[in-house]
Design a protein around this ligand. Structure first.
Ligand code: AP5
Ligand code: MG
Length: 217
């Protein structure tokens, strides 16, 4: 199964991707997580990306496409993957098509997660993420068993530096301007499933599975 998850910041892409990893036994490829790992490790790429990420702006397409060219060629991608947060501009969607052609891969389905902007601030300001394994929690809707610690690996939880109200607003407006056109790019190809994502995490899991099982050949 080769899937793309598209949706505004905080809609639950990462949360659902982690569930789908276990369900289909394929890797989650989150461009945001890869970039944050680079920032944490002080790499050249991390230092370049941090300037954009801190302000809630998109990292340049060329940087993302080079990063994905390497990632999609890795062995664990041979039997499928979940792309979380990529592509999020038209040039990235076109670049992904080129990469897929070179690799001889085909996308099965694009899941569009929808939610109103008003619910997003609430979800994001209560999100906590694990420094070690990137597991995602929510202080209101999916709290960790022990305060400040990851259920999976006991790593420390942190609030992302782009999860502050002004930066969330900027991320949202960039989503509307630059990522929404990608939705049309895929709906034209009859491979897009739109998921209303205002319900509970479990309700959305069930909806996604019901809608994408048909693509799992
Ligand atoms: P990225 O990390 O991709 O962030 P994002 O797209 O803004 O999305 P988020 O990760 O914030 O939200 P999510 O949809 O994954 O929600 P989550 O599951 O965590 O990108 C960060 C930055 O990196 C970008 O701004 C950019 O600078 C750069 N970047 C990354 N990719 C790029 C690209 N392709 N091109 C250019 N730049 C790129 O859930 C959120 C919270 O809600 C959690 O607390 C969760 O527990 C909770 N939650 C989830 N579902 C529910 C539910 N149903 N009910 C209640 N709570 C819920
Ligand atoms: Mg995410």
């Amino acid at each position: 199964m080769r899937l793309v998850l598209i949706g505004p910041p905080g809609v639950g892409k990462g949360t659902q991707a982690k569930f789908l990893v276990d369900y289909f036994i394929i890797p989650q490829i989150s461009t945001g997580d890869i970039l944050r790992n680079h920032v944490r490790n002080n790499t050249t790429l991390g230092n370049e990306a941090q300037v954009y990420m801190r302000d809630g702006k998109l990292v340049p397409d060329i940087v993302i496409l080079n990063m994905m060219k390497n990632r999609l060629a890795e062995d664990d991608c041979a039997s499928g993957y979940i792309l979380d947060g990529f592509p999020r501009t038209i040039p990235q969607a076109e670049g992904l098509d080129d990469l897929l052609n070179i690799l001889g891969h085909q996308l099965d389905c694009v899941v569009m997660m929808n939610i109103s902007d008003s619910l997003i601030i609430n979800r994001l300001s209560n999100r906590r993420s694990c420094k070690e394994c990137n597991q995602i929690f929510n202080l209101l809707y999916d709290p960790p068993q022990q305060a400040g610690k990851c259920n999976k690996c006991n790593g420390d939880l942190f609030l992302r530096e782009d999860d502050i109200p002004d930066t969330i607003q900027r991320r949202l407006s960039i989503y509307h301007q630059q990522t929404e056109p990608v939705i049309e790019y895929y709906t034209k190809r009859d491979m897009a499933e739109i998921i209303d994502s205002k319900g509970t995490i479990k309700e959305i899991q069930a909806q996604i599975i019901e809608r994408i099982e048909v693509y799992n050949s």
